[in-house]
Design a protein around this ligand. Sequence first.
Ligand code: PLP
Length: 381
Amino acid sequence: MRPIQMVDLVGQYQKIKAEVDQAVLGVIQSAAFINGPEVKSFEQELAAYLGVKHAIGCANGTDALQIAMMALDLKPGDEVITPSFTFVATVEVIGLLGLTPVFADVLPGTFNIDPADIERKITPRTKAIVPVHLFGQAADMAAVMAIAEKHGLYVIEDNCQAIGSDYTFPDGSVKKAGTIGHIGTTSFFPSKNLGCYGDGGAMFTNDEALAKKLRRVCNHGSDVRYYHEVVGVNSRLDSMQAAVLRIKLRHLDSYARARNAAADFYDAAFQGISGLTVPARSANSTHVFHQYTLRVADGPGSGSGRRDALKKHLEDRGIPCMVYYPVPCHLQAAYKSPRFAEGSLPVTEQLTREVLSLPMSTELDHEQLTHITEGVKSFFN
Ligand SMILES: *Cc1c(COP(=O)(O)O)cnc(C)c1O
C-alpha cells in the first residue's frame, strides 16, 4: 500500500506534470513574473467558471479577507459577525483592522454558521457578516442574505474551503459558493481544493465599483501608478502560481468528484456505528469535501477523550488524521473577550471536542480507503 497522507499533492502533480512543467517554464522564459498575461487569463477563466463578473487575484486567502474589509470601508469599532468555529484567519483580519469580531454559533450538522444566532448577535454597530463555507459546503446563504438585507449589512463569504460547490436557493436558482454575497474570498494554499504551488488567493464580486476598489486596495491604494487614493496593501497573485492554477482549474470538477467518491466510501463503511457521526450533507449545497470530518461522541461529561483515543488508534496504524479545530477562536488567547466566555457558544465548543478529519485528497485509492475505514471500525469493535 502507498503510505497514506492527509493530502497527496505529489500524486496529484504526477498526473498533470507535463502540462504544469511546461506552463511554469513558459513563465520563466517570458520573465512576466508580476501581473503577467497568465494572471489576467486565470482571473478571466476563474470568473467564467464561477459565473461571477470579477475575480481578482491576491497573495493569499487571509489578504483576500482583509482587502475585502478595507474595500467595504469598515472602520474601527464596527462589528463583524462570524463563526468562532473556523480557521483563525477569518477573525485575525477583523482584529487587525480594529474591527470587533462578534461570534455566532454554528449548526451541529453542517458545522456552518447558524442564521438564528446571527440575528441574536446584531447590534447597532454591526456592519458585516462573514459566513465561512466550512469543510466544503456552503452556509445557509438564503438566510444569511435575507438577514443582511433586512439590517443593511455587507456579506463577505469566506470561501477558502468550498470553491466549486453549488448553492441552491429556495426558488431553485443555483449559484457558486463565493458569488452570493457582496464579496467572496478564497485561498489557493497548496492543500486547498484549488491549490497552487505556493501562496495565492482571490476575491470575487459582481459589483463593478467594488471590483475597482478591491483592485485599488491590493495595489497600494492606487489606480494610476504613483498616485495613491487610499491606504492600501501590496498583495499580488504571481504569474507562476496563476499558470499552475489555470491548469488545475480545468480539473477542479473532476477533483471534486474524486473527493466525493472517497467521502461516499467512508459514509458507507461507517453506517450504523454508534457514537460515530458522519458529516451531514446540506440540503441546499453540494459538498466538495475539503475535509471529511467525523464527530466522535464522548460519554457523559462530553470531553474529547474518545475522539483523542481514536486519533491515537489511527496514528498507530499509519493513518494520519487531524483535529480542525481544537480551540475555537473565541477561546484563543489572542481573541478572548468577556462577551464570549467559555460556554457562550455551546455547539462550537462541543464540536472542538468531537471532530476528527480523515485523510482526504484526489488521490486516495481503494486499498488506502479500506485500510482507513478498517482502522476506524476496529476502534469501535
Ligand atoms: C485557508 C483559510 C484561510 C486563509 O488562507 P491563506 O491563503 O492560508 O491565507 C482563511 N479562511 C479559511 C476558512 C481557510 O480555510
